[in-house]
Ligand binder design. Structure first.
Ligand SMILES: *Cc1c(COP(=O)(O)O)cnc(C)c1O
Length: 381
């Protein structure tokens, strides 16, 4: 079965009891037991629920792992993974990881005695050199946000394996359709399902997938005791959204590629960051590990004034944080994702006042290109 078929038939999508064409929302906290003498598959919805189970089997099937857990947010999923480590453990992470993860690490994990080193994720020597005797895991995110830098997954996995370390990846930007880290040897895959997997900017959710039974048991325990499992209505909505993931990605990625090529030729645009452009420094590595450049790109205008004129003139993309919706989303990292990062540090990272990020939706490519073109013309040169 290929991915687009798997999205529709690769898990228990239909209800065994009634034949209903979508798994029902089992809106219950508890389950009537056949007998108090024995256990049964479902007893209490925090421990397990058939609607949640269906979503978990669905994502496991597409990501290519045997086990998955659904959480109330991407951060819920990331917390469940990272709180599996113990006092005295050390982790190595890419320095451009998601802002919420960075905050979790610095403001919570370090307080519990879990140490973290950050490395330039594109430099394999830095990953290797950061490993200490108490290092337990390497944590990466590729492409990175918002500059879409590429980390070589296979090489990071082999560095981890030399020292028997776990590898963890946040695969939100690529989705399981474009990049399958478990096949490349990664142990745990995390998604903010809020983004492309749900795809409609109407649910916040997170997922963890693994093929390792011990990790699966650990993550299930965290889900149960931290209590951050996803509610049944949201599980149903994510499944509803996920069925069209293939079609949505096809349209969005095709437009993102066309937009990147278009922007790269415009005099008002200083830089385009998109791993599907052959001029991108990570292009060759990205081609090796992912199907295409994805649906997110960033580009740099001359300065903040140019950004404001452009953003005021653009009509289709909504100005918002987040990404991965059916509607195109334009984000300004300086006042949104990177507002808390000191200016000097932000600029060192390449997040300048001219930088914009565009998550490309499923609108007609020509309409998006036309809209961006007219908005660029509004910038006073
Ligand atoms: C949005 C996002 C998260 C956090 O997910 P939430 O669902 O907002 O909790 C984590 N990682 C990446 C890469 C994201 O884009």
């Amino acid at each position: 079965m290929r991915d687009n078929t798997r999205l529709i038939h690769g898990y228990e999508v239909f209800d065994e009891q009634t034949g209903a064409s979508s798994i029902p929302i089992y809106q219950c906290s508890t389950f009537k037991q056949t007998s108090i003498r024995q256990d049964q598959p479902y007893t209490y919805s925090r421990f397990g629920n058939p609607t949640r189970r269906a979503l978990e089997e669905g994502i496991a099937s597409i990501e290519g792992g045997r086990f998955a857990s659904a959480f109330s947010s991407g951060m819920g999923a990331i917390s469940a993974v990272l709180l599996s480590f113990s006092r005295g453990d050390h982790l190595v992470m890419g320095k451009s990881i998601y802002g919420g993860t960075f905050q979790l690490v610095n403001e919570v994990l370090q307080r519990f005695g879990i140490k973290v080193s950050f490395v330039d994720e594109t430099d394999l020597d830095q990953w290797r050199q950061a490993i200490r005797p108490n290092t337990k895991a390497l944590y990466l995110e590729t492409p990175s946000n918002p500059l879409l830098q590429i980390t070589d997954i296979t090489s990071v996995v082999s560095i981890a394996k030399e020292s028997q370390l776990t590898t963890i990846i946040d695969n939100t930007f690529m989705t399981p359709l474009l990049q399958k880290p478990l096949e490349l040897g990664v142990d745990l895959v995390i998604h903010s399902a809020t983004k492309f997997i749900n795809g409609h900017s109407d649910v916040v959710a997170g997922l963890v997938v693994t093929d390792d039974p011990e990790w699966a048991e650990q993550i299930k325990l965290q889900q149960k005791v931290l209590g951050s499992m996803l509610g049944v209505e949201d599980c149903w909505l994510i499944m509803r959204g996920m069925k069209t993931l293939g079609l949505r990605m096809q349209q969005s990625c095709q437009s993102a590629e066309a937009i990147s090529h278009f922007l790269a030729k415009q005099p008002q645009v200083r830089n385009v960051y998109y791993p599907g452009l052959p001029s991108h420094p990570g292009y060759a590595i990205h081609q090796k590990q992912a199907k295409n450049g994805g649906a997110v790109l960033s580009f740099e205008l001359a300065n903040q004034q140019a950004v404001y004129s452009f953003a005021d003139a653009v009509k289709l993309p909504i100005a918002a944080v987040s990404l991965g919706g059916v509607e195109s989303i334009l984000s300004y990292p300086v006042t949104m994702s990177h507002a808390c990062v000191p200016k000097e540090e932000r600029e060192k990272q390449g997040v300048t006042e001219g930088l914009l990020r565009l998550s490309v939706g499923i609108e007609e490519t020509e309409d998006l290109l036309g809209d961006l073109a007219q908005a660029l013309e509004k910038i006073d040169q």
